[in-house]
Design a protein around this ligand. Structure first.
Ligand SMILES: [Zn+2]
Length: 54
């Protein structure tokens, strides 16, 4: 995953949310509070499905 990319991800609840692909803290779904991804070491690990790279 490249640097400084924004991703549109789809949570299992159906909510689509735009997140920063190089975020430095965990990102949660604004609807159901499921964790969509979290930084692990030098990269960001995505837990939700990325539907578009912006
Ligand atoms: Zn959700």
């Amino acid at each position: 995953m490249g640097k400084s990319k924004f991703l549109r991800v789809k949570c299992k609840c159906g909510n689509e949310q735009i997140i920063f692909g190089n975020a430095t803290s965990a990102v949660k779904c604004l609807v159901c509070n499921t964790e969509l991804g979290r930084p692990t070491g030098s990269r960001f690990e995505l837990h939700a499905k990325a539907v578009q790279v912006l």
